[in-house]
Design a protein around this ligand. Structure first.
Ligand code: GLU
Length: 455
C-alpha cells in the first residue's frame, strides 16, 4: 500500500504552489540566482521515517536556520549561565539584522543576527581557535543532519563581499565586550555556518532531532541534551520567524525557524520535524509558500501546540478483588486467603491523569488489606505522574495496606515511595495471586522492591 502520508504531501504541495508572490533574497547576490520555482517538503518522524514531496534533494544554503542549532551547541559547550549572561531570550519584534541590544547590553535573542554572532563566538571554549570553533559547528550541524554538510563557497563569498551590516553589528558587540574575538573573524565564521548546504530532507531530520529530545532519529546519536533542546525550542517558538513570530504562533503553532535562502523548519516535540524549501520570500523574509504550506499542514494535521488531545477520561478502567492462593499447608491449617483490591490503570499519564487516581484513593475507603495498581496498560508516564503514584503507594502503606505494582513493562523502574512506603512489584496477576505476604512467607516469590523505613 502506498503511504497516505506521501499522497497527502503531494496534494498539499500542489495546492499551495500556485501564485508567484514574493521574491528570492537579493541582498546576498548569489541567492538571487536560484530558480524561484523550486519547491519541496520533507517530514521526518522521531523514529526515523522520512517522507517527502517535490524538490526534497535540492540543496540550498541553511542561512538563519543554522541559528537554533548553533545556539544549542553554545548552550551545550558553555552552559546556560554563560550563554544567558551574553544573549537574552526576548522576542525583538525587529528585523533580523537590527543593530540593537537590550537594556543590559545583550542581544535580544539568539535568532536575530546580533544574538547569533554572539552564540557563534560562544561555541567551544575561550581558548579555541576560530578554526576549531568552525569545525565544531560544522560537525555539530552535521550530527543534527546525520550526514557531512559542506559550505557553499560561492554563496559564502558573495555574502562576505556585502557583509557590511553584520560587520557593523559585530563591531558594536565587540565594543560592548560581548565577545573578545576579532569581529571580522566572527562574521566570517558566522557567514560560513550560514552557507552550509542542506536539503529539506536534511532539515527535516535536524528538526526531528530537536523533536526527539536531541537524539538524531536516523543515526541514534545524542547530539545535545534534552534540557538544551527545551530551551532552543522555546526560543524558536517566540523568536524563530523574524518579526512575524506572533502570526506564526497563532496560525501554525510550532517552534520554527526560517532562513533567507527559502528554507523553513518546524519541530513538533515528541512527533515530527518538517522542512520546506521555496525561495520566494515575503516582507518579513519568510518563504511565502513555506508559510502557506505550514499553515495548511497545521490545520489538516492538528499539529498546533495548543491543540493537545485531552488526557484519557477513564484513567482507572476497572477495579476487581482478587483472592490470593494458599499453599496446601495453609489450607489444611485453615489460614484465610487474603483479598487484594486491584485497580487497572490505563493510558499515558501526566499530572491530570495521575490526579484522577489520587482523587479516587482520597475519596474511597478500601476494606481489603492489600491494594494493587495494575500498570499493564500504562504506556508512558512523566516524572510528575510517577511521583504522584508512588505517593499514593506511600500513603496506602501508612494506612496499613500492602501495596503491589503490576508493572510488566517497567514503566516505574526501581519504584521508591520514600519515607514509610513499600511496594512489591509483580509481573502479572498470576504472580500477584501467588505472592506470599511477609507474615506467612515460606519461599521467595515476586520481585520485591521494598523501600523506605517502616513506621
Ligand atoms: N546569512 C544571513 C545574514 O546574516 C542569514 C540571514 C537569514 O537567513 O535570516 O544576513
Amino acid at each position: 500500500m502506498k503511504s497516505m502520508v506521501t499522497d497527502y504531501l503531494d496534494e498539499v504541495l500542489e495546492d499551495v504552489r500556485p501564485g508567484d508572490r514574493g521574491a528570492p533574497a537579493s541582498y546576498i547576490p548569489e541567492l538571487a540566482n536560484v530558480d524561484p520555482e523550486r519547491f519541496g517538503v520533507s517530514l521526518a518522524t522521531i523514529d526515523g521515517k522520512v517522507y517527502g514531496s517535490g524538490d526534497t534533494e535540492t540543496e540550498f544554503t541553511i542561512q538563519s536556520i543554522a541559528k537554533p542549532f548553533v545556539y544549542a551547541l553554545a548552550l551545550e559547550d558553555r552552559g546556560f549561565r554563560d550563554v544567558l549572561k551574553r544573549v537574552s531570550v526576548e522576542p525583538s519584534g525587529e528585523a533580523f539584522n537590527e543593530v540593537s541590544l537590550d537594556e543590559e547590553g545583550r542581544p535580544l535573542n539568539p535568532m536575530i543576527n546580533a544574538g547569533a554572532l554572539t552564540t557563534h563566538s560562544l561555541v567551544g571554549g575561550d581558548d579555541w581557535t576560530q578554526g576549531q570553533r568552525l569545525q565544531r559547528i560544522i560537525d555539530g550541524l552535521s550530527a543534527f543532519a546525520g550526514r557531512r554538510l559542506q559550505v557553499d563557497e560561492r554563496v559564502c563569498g558573495s555574502e562576505l563581499d556585502h557583509a557590511h551590516r553584520n560587520l557593523s553589528i559585530a563591531h558594536m558587540l565587540r565594543s560592548y565586550d560581548i565577545f573578545p574575538q576579532d569581529p571580522r573573524v566572527i562574521v566570517e565564521g558566522y557567514t560560513r555556518s550560514c552557507s552550509l548546504l542542506v536539503s529539506t530532507r536534511d532539515l527535516a531530520i535536524m528538526a526531528a532531532t530537536l523533536a526527539n529530545k536531541g537524539i538524531n532519529p536516523i543515526t541514534g546519536e545524542k547530539v545535545v541534551s534534552g534540557r538544551v533542546v527545551r530551551q532552543v525550542l522555546s526560543v524558536m517558538t517566540t523568536c524563530g520567524m523574524y518579526d512575524a513570530a506572533g502570526d506564526w504562533v497563532t496560525q501554525v503553532g510550532i517552534p520554527a525557524k526560517s532562513g533567507v535562502a527559502g528554507g523553513l523548519i518546524g519541530a513538533l516535540p515528541g512527533q515530527i520535524g518538517v522542512a520546506t524549501f521555496s525561495p520566494r520570500l515575503d516582507e518579513h523574509g519568510n518563504s511565502v509558500r513555506g508559510v502557506r504550506l505550514f499553515e495548511r499542514m497545521s490545520r489538516d494535521m492538528g499539529i498546533h501546540l495548543m491543540e493537545v488531545p485531552p488526557s484519557v477520561q477513564t484513567v482507572i478502567r476497572n477495579t476487581t478483588v482478587l483472592v490470593q492462593d494458599l499453599t496446601d499447608d495453609e489450607k489444611s491449617q485453615g489460614v484465610k486467603p487474603q483479598k487484594i483490591k486491584v485497580y487497572s490503570i490505563q493510558g499515558s499519564l501526566r499530572f491530570a491523569g495521575a490526579e484522577k487516581i489520587v482523587r479516587e484513593f482520597s475519596s474511597t475507603t478500601i476494606k481489603e488489606p492489600a491494594v494493587a495498581l495494575d500498570l499493564t496498560d500504562v504506556h508512558a508516564l512523566d516524572g510528575v505522574a510517577r511521583r504522584m503514584i508512588l505517593e499514593v503507594a506511600r500513603r496506602l502503606t501508612l494506612d496499613g495496606k500492602r501495596v503491589y505494582l503490576i508493572d510488566p513493562a517497567d514503566v516505574i523502574p526501581k519504584p521508591d515511595p520514600g519515607d514509610g512506603g513499600q511496594v512489591i512489584v509483580v509481573q502479572d496477576r498470576a504472580e500477584l495471586r501467588a505472592h506470599q505476604p511477609e507474615k506467612r512467607k515460606k519461599g521467595k516469590k515476586g520481585k520485591s522492591a521494598k523501600k523506605g523505613k517502616k513506621k
